[in-house]
Design a protein around this ligand. Sequence first.
Ligand code: KDG
Ligand code: MG
Length: 401
Amino acid sequence: MKIVDAEVVVTSPGRNFVTLKLTTDEGLTGLGDATLNGRELAVVSYLTDHVTPLLIGLDPHRVEDTWQSLYRGAYWRRGPVTMAAVDVALWDIKAKAAGLPLYQLLGGASRERIGTYGHANGRDIPELLDSVRARLAEGCPAVRIQSGVPGLKAVYGVSDTDDTGAPVLHQQARPLVEDWDTAAYLRHVPTVFEAVRAEFGAELPLLHDSHHRLTPVQAARLGKDLEPYRPFWLEDCTPAENQEALRLVRRSTTTPLAVGEVFNTVYDYQTLVTEQLIDYVRSAVTHFGGVTPLRKLFDFAAQYQIKSAIHGPEDISPVGMAAAVHLDLAVHNFGIQEYSGHTPLTDEVFRHAYTFSDGHLHPGDAPGIGVELDEELAAAHPYSAAYLPVNRLHDGTVHDW
Ligand code: KDG
Ligand code: MG
């Protein structure tokens, strides 16, 4: 079998998604997610100008060799989406050729269904409690809680409103500027956990994302302050680049730590995993180079009793989500899967075999990753420029978002 065509499709059924479609001389097709939120067109150029010309004529069964040649052959290492779309499209083709769902090629099912966590948020605590109630009504077995902070106009993970009360989209043609005050945040978060525990009891697994904003000592403080409320995890408490920062946090608190959604390679995890500084690895198939390296990461992490927790926000397309769900079903050290879902229109553009019911996912048994791209519908919803927000302190200094 040979690859005879490679196409990059950009579509915006509510938000931008970049998809690679490979076609073989036997008529099999494979899809891969190449979405990099806020920098989508750079990836389109990377793929069409530098990668897809190299794929024509290749045997799609050579997944490992293709991954290695794209990683090592570029010489300029890393990059969040440089191999991922190709890798997933090749796995998709290989599994379709075998007539099997991808998880069967990864060792088969290790569980019946995949536990997820959903997002609950509110501009204040009463609104957050309503949002938790809504997630529980959907059957979510675990909930991430994010709340507005008194004195701050906009906070990560919380939907915002403008002067007319209409929701402000956090995806804009110019980056939205949010404000930030670490001291106010650190004072507020424990009161949020206290209120949620008081309302929903001790058993509900509660997660929280600090989104890279704290120094090590601030993160250690927050971890300690949250201990009485037994969080399931504290996510990205410090900026991800600095692995050593987690040593201080780990020494100071027993609050479980989850890190890694912005990592691109296993090297970003070396210190964190070998020193057992974290409890969950959070990388997405889309940003970590595909199924091939993520599977290796999970096996590496398993030696240290660290579990998987694949990143699953709305900006991972249904193609990236499908690949994740196959891995989740197969790996032994599965922890939890983040699941935000997509708009009904997105689910029409990307018809998928994976299902979500009662708070759990299953990849389905369609051959491959089980996603079909409706190219006509995709073309009817073209790219629209959108940026993630930036954060500034009250004196105007840029802070991590
Ligand atoms: O594009 C940025 C999002 O993927 C990120 O902000 C989501 O932190 C996130 C999460 O945990 O889902
Ligand atoms: Mg996060």
